[in-house]
Design a protein around this ligand. Structure first.
Ligand code: ADP
Ligand code: MG
Length: 264
C-alpha cells in the first residue's frame, strides 16, 4: 500500500514540481512503483514528464475529471517513458475545480476519496501541489500521509512556512489526524552566497534539527534545463550535481517511507 506524500509550499517557484518529478523518477529507478499526481493547473509536472505539445493534447482524462468525481483515477493515469513512473496529468481545466468544488459537501476530501482506489497499485504516490492554500491544496493536504516542504533560503521564506505549518496543524486536528511533516528540503542552495548561509542557519534555528533532510539541492543549471526536455534530471543528465542531490534526497525519502510502511 502506497505511502502518499504531498509536496507543498504556497509560494510559487520554490522547486515543488522539480522535487516531485525528480524524487519520483529516482524512487521509480530504485524499483518502487511510483505515481505522480499533478495537482496544479499549470501542469508543470505533466510537461516535465514529457507531456507537452501533441502528447499533452492526446491526454483524455486528467486530475480535474478525477477530483470532480467524474472518472476513476485509473482512467486518467498514464504511463510515462520513465521506469516505474505513472502520472495523473493536469491541464489548465483544473483551475475550474477550485470554483466548482465549493458546492461539494466534502469539497476538501475529493482527491483522497479517489486516490484510495489506487493506493494498492503503487509503493509511493507523490502529489505535486499548486502554489496556494485554497481548496485544491487542501485536497492535497487531506489526501496524504506525509508532506515534504521545499524551501528556498530567502529572508521571507520563514513567514510563508510558518503559515503553512499552521495550516498543516489545522488539517491534522480536523480531517487528517495522521498527517505529519516528512521533512523540509532546502532547494536552489548556493552556499557561496553569504546571505544564503545566514538565512539557512536562521531558519534551522527555528525548527527541531531532524525536520530537515540531510540532502540539500544546489542551484544547478541542468535542473533548469531538464523540464523543457520533458525529462527528470537523472535521465537528462545523470552526472549533474542536481541528479546527485535528488538521488540522495530520494534515498532519505525511501528510508522514511519504509519506516512508515511498517505502520500502515
Ligand atoms: P514550483 O513548482 O514550486 O513553482 P518549480 O519546481 O517549477 O517550482 O521551479 C521553479 C523554477 O526553478 C523552474 O524553472 C525550475 O526549473 C527551476 N529550478 C528548480 N530547482 C532548481 C535548482 N536546484 N537549480 C536551478 N533551477 C531550479
Ligand atoms: Mg509547480
Amino acid at each position: 500500500m502506497a505511502v502518499i506524500i504531498s509536496i507543498v509550499n504556497q509560494k510559487g517557484g520554490v522547486a515543488k514540481t522539480t522535487t516531485a518529478v525528480n524524487i519520483g523518477a529516482a524512487l521509480g529507478n530504485m524499483g518502487k512503483r511510483v505515481l505522480i499526481v499533478d495537482l496544479d493547473p499549470q501542469g508543470n509536472a505533466t510537461a516535465g514528464l514529457g507531456f507537452s505539445g501533441a502528447a499533452k493534447r492526446s491526454l483524455e482524462k486528467t486530475t480535474y475529471d478525477v477530483i470532480m468525481g467524474e472518472v476513476r483515477p485509473a482512467e486518467a493515469i498514464v504511463e510515462t517513458k520513465f521506469k516505474n513512473l505513472s502520472l495523473m496529468p493536469s491541464t489548465q481545466s483544473l483551475a475550474e475545480a477550485e470554483i466548482r468544488l465549493i458546492r461539494f459537501e466534502n469539497k476538501n476530501m475529493q482527491l483522497k476519496k479517489a486516490i484510495l482506489q489506487v493506493r494498492d497499485s503503487y509503493d509511493v504516490i507523490i502529489i505535486d501541489c499548486l502554489p496556494s492554500l485554497g481548496v485544491l491544496a487542501l485536497n492535497g493536504l487531506n489526501a496524504c500521509d506525509r508532506i515534504i516542504i521545499p524551501m528556498q533560503c530567502e529572508p521571507y521564506s520563514l513567514e510563508g512556512v510558518a503559515e503553512l505549518i499552521n495550516t498543516v496543524k489545522r488539517v491534522k486536528n480536523s480531517s487528517n489526524r495522521n498527517l505529519q511533516i516528512m521533512g523540509i528540503v532546502f532547494t536552489m542552495v548556493d552556499t557561496k552566497l553569504k546571505v544564503n548561509r545566514e538565512v539557512m542557519s536562521a531558519i534551522k534555528s527555528k525548527f527541531p534539527p531532524d525536520i530537515f533532510f540531510n540532502a540539500e539541492i544546489p542551484r544547478n543549471v541542468k535542473l533548469t534545463e531538464a523540464p523543457s526536455h520533458g525529462e527528470p534530471i537523472m535521465y537528462y543528465d545523470p552526472t549533474s550535481k542536481g541528479a546527485d542531490a535528488y538521488a540522495r534526497l530520494a534515498k532519505e525519502v525511501a528510508r522514511k517511507c519504509k519506516s512508515m510502511e511498517e505502520m500502515l
